[in-house]
Design a protein around this ligand. Structure first.
Ligand SMILES: [Zn+2]
Length: 312
């Protein structure tokens, strides 16, 4: 059996799994991280954890590679994390890819977590039947990945797919990237929570602590303000998807990440609004779907991009 390790670095933990070619996770674990941890304090426990998983659940010789997903901009040659990883500052200008590749004497491949999500849906999830699609991960922020000709498109350095930062509203809200009117400011989980809180405030209803999950749960329970907030986010997402479809002529648009748990409450307004933002011939027959990998998306995505790059 051929295995790769899929490792997904988030803000507070690294999730680690052993994955076979069919997308089955043989074993998984998580390692806690703190923002002030040094590079070695982050990487050494991850390596120990992976070593433990291999000893307990697999023949070490079956490990073909290590796939790594992190936030930020990753140089595709060296695996160097150039920036955009403010939650894990110790990884900046370092290569987790080089460290783990050396530790396990196998090829290692690091990529942006949204590119990994696209690779994961392509190999094991909602993208299995497509060769050309765009994926967005809608969570605290918005990540993006492009699959063209059956492969993740990474651009010349590896930075492609920053869909969260295309401008959908010139002169609009300021974004942490330094620009204004970025898509992320209108359709992320953070934006959804903000929009719902504003609607509640205008009607004199107490808000309390509102997360994206609060909004999705309220919409599911029939709260019209929460449903409206999802409808508006859906229209912004349709705008971003429509622009991308016009340029790339893709088969499908996939929405993953926590907010995609809203299912049809989010997908329906995307489908309904899409014709306003792309050529009819280009939008025709485009499938709009939710991602299928849910809680294991990070591990499976990191593993899938490693399998894909081992083959290439
Ligand atoms: Zn931005």
């Amino acid at each position: 059996m051929e295995l790769v390790a899929g490792i997904d670095f988030g803000g507070t933990s690294a999730k680690i799994g052993l994955v076979d070619r069919t997308g089955r996770i043989l074993a998984k674990a998580a390692v806690a991280m703190k923002a002030q941890d040094s590079f070695d304090e982050i990487v050494a426990p991850v390596a120990r954890c992976l070593d433990g998983l291999l000893q307990a659940h697999a023949d070490r010789k079956s490990l073909r590679g290590v796939g790594i997903g992190t936030p930020g901009f990753i140089d595709k040659k060296e695996g160097l994390l150039i920036g955009g990883c403010e939650n894990i500052p110790a990884l900046k200008n370092r290569s987790v890819q080089a460290a783990l590749g050396a530790a396990f004497s196998v090829p290692a491949f690091a990529d942006n977590d949204a590119n990994c999500a696209a690779a994961g849906e392509l190999a094991f999830g909602a993208g299995r039947t497509f060769t050309d699609f765009v994926l967005i991960t809608v969570g605290t922020a918005i990540g993006g990945g492009l699959v063209m000709g059956g492969r993740v498109y990474r651009g010349w350095r590896g930075f492609a797919g920053e869909i969260g930062h295309i401008c959908v509203n010139p002169g609009g809200l300021w974004c942490n990237c330094g620009s204004r009117g970025c898509f992320e400011q209108y359709a992320s989980g953070t934006a959804l929570s903000r929009a719902y809180a504003e609607k509640l405030r205008k009607r004199g209803r107490a808000g309390g602590e509102i997360s994206a999950k609060t909004v999705v749960d309220a919409a599911r329970a029939g709260d019209t303000l929460a449903i409206d907030a999802l409808q508006e986010a859906g229209r912004w997402i349709a705008q971003a998807f429509g622009s991308i479809l016009n340029v790339l002529d893709l088969e499908a648009c996939i929405v993953s990440g926590g907010v995609s748990d809203a299912g049809e409450m989010l997908l329906e307004p995307i489908r309904r609004n899409l014709p306003d933002f792309c050529w009819p011939q280009i939008g025709q027959d485009v499938q709009v779907r939710a991602g299928e990998l849910h809680n294991d998306a990070g591990i499976l995505g990191a593993a899938a991009q490693a399998f894909g790059r081992l083959e290439a």
